[in-house]
Design a protein around this ligand. Sequence first.
Ligand code: SF4
Length: 746
Amino acid sequence: MATYLRTCPFCEATCGLEIETEGREVVSVRGDKEDVFSRGFICPKAFGIKQLHEDPDRLTTPLVRRDGELVEASWDEAFEEIDRRLSPILGEHGKNAVAVYLGNPNAHNLSAITHGPAWLRVLGTQNLYSASTVDQMPKQVSSGHMFGTMLSVPIPDVDRCDHLLLLGANPLVSNGSLLTAPNMRGRLRAIRERGGKVVVIDPRRTRTAEEADEHHFIRPGTDALLLAAIARTIVEEGLDDPGALAEHVNGLDEVRALVRDFPPEEVADACGIEAGEIRRMARELAAAERAAVYARIGTCTQEFGTHASWLVDVLNVLTGNLDREGGALFTRAAAGQKNSAGAGGSGRGVRFGRWQSRVRGLDEYFGELPVSVLAEEIETPGEGQVRALITAAGNPIVSTPNSERLESAVEGLDFMLSIDIYVNETTRHADVILPAPEPLEKSHYDVAFYQLSTRNIANFSPAVFDRQGLAEWEVYMRIAGIIAGQGPNGDVAAFDDMVIQTLIQREVGNEASPVAGRDPAELLEALEPRRGPERVLDFLLRTGPYGDGFGSDPEGLTLDVLEQNPHGIDLGPLAPRIPEVLRTPSGKVELAPEAIVADVDRLRAALGRERNGGMVLIGRRQLRSNNSWMHNLPALVKGKESCTLHIHPDDAERLGLGAGGMAAPVEVTEDIMPGVVSIPHGWGHDANGVRMSVASEHAGVNSNVLADESQVEPLSGNAVLNGIPVELDRLEHGAAAVAADDVRGV
Ligand code: SF4
């Protein structure tokens, strides 16, 4: 029996796992009590790592379509097929004819972080899409405008704050999102135990709301109005006090003037929260010794997502809680290509719209186009039409708006390649599927999410089992070889060398780097004998804020040091970082970014909207689900059916809907606001050709067939998935048929 310590890769919480194995069998999975961050906490999803390892449906061999059927092939045959099919498309139609979709698990994947950008650079397509524009792009856009980079996201200091105001977030279930913090139940309870207060705003009484001191239902899509009214109250009553931060902020007076147009008395009717309650919330927030406002997916996937994301940080500034212990601060991550090392204090800021989508003309954000345009880019003939699609760890046919249109578009592609662990609703259309290694066959370090953590943490996990196939980074490098015209057997080692040499060159040319001016060959030699993602990670750690600087600090962090500390290293609580962390051209916090200010009229206009009294649909997070692939793990789908429609008893009675049902089984519950129904996202596993036997038995319904791909948040390109107007019809057995309603502005 062997014991391995490993960081769970399934969500942002980065919990430590203790895994016992016997040969290639996983005997047990439990929480690592000595993990410096999670202290033994895990959620039910952690056990999925054993079931994923054992899952007979999980792909271990490449599949190639022959005579219409996906059949097993060798790796060499698969790459030959990719070369045969993809190269002519590139040669004839150019790089933009190949679209790429990256699913959410890429953010947790060390290979994808270290080597993903390299193959994407070689491809150079403008048709890059990801799960970010169905999830979090508004927060990244507002953070980019205000602080300078896509990862400049202030993180609530949950372990030291006295007052936490949460909107559209259910961290008890998600365990934090853009907030890496295991055991959020324990952390929220601790706020209350030390005399603090937790307030939740959500159209559902979530598990987080149940743990809070206070919960307010809010009409979906109106969070920005509520936040503006809270800000207005704070300004009007003279409670705003940015404190020492004021000298580092541009646009304070402009914001004070802007929020005057959102009096609580006018906002109350729109958002469904009484004006007196809004004023009380504002006063309590302003009066709290140490407070933070935090909002997540529910506030991003709506028509004012960027406004809501912006106003969260406006409130953190106005109340003097930005960059203050117990407020909202910036993580200082050990490894990261942004927001961690360097002189800081100013930078290039962000620039969007460097190119537009061909058909609808929507802007690019951080190098990607809104996934809502993918179907039309495939369907619409002409110069630049997408003719091939590469997906990596993604299931966009389930997880993006108007799934049926995307599915029909994908069927018309000339070629499709997927890198995935399953034949799912999307990959079943692929011509070649390359199996990705399971989590236990690869090393792990959460480069992205340690940059969004509520404590500064570093933890590295080596692979538990030998790999049975190629590593993802080797797959990327072979694909890069094909794209670069080297054929199916490109020199993987040479591409890997190119990745690290590019990084070294950049860093030795950075005056603020601890290795500025050093000999690149000497640094490369010091990283021997590591290769691949571990070599890149070691370099990032050594040149990061805690690193050894390749000898300048012998006590500093390296990958060797992390390997000697398998429970992780606690690098301390968050600490103030302004102005050093800022990358805006002015070197200041831009509290009134031009792009957002220019769109405040649209938000103001929403105040006067007539409501038609119809129902609206929202999603919901689930403890046993994070990505659609998890629905193939028995431990995560056992028990009561999860994909149900939540409806308030008053609405159920009015519409004649009872409990039970089949197509969209109804759960009547007072935990949802009247006028709102909820279906979780990521279900609908009943398509032919899917090879996910467990998921097929628990198919559920795909709520994204109701999401309208034409509804895109204009400042970030994010899909509008919350607040979809719907009509409900009664079916047999009390089930509900849900259909999109054309009338918006409910
Ligand atoms: S909370 Fe997230 S990281 Fe922790 S065990 Fe669950 S899935 Fe894994």
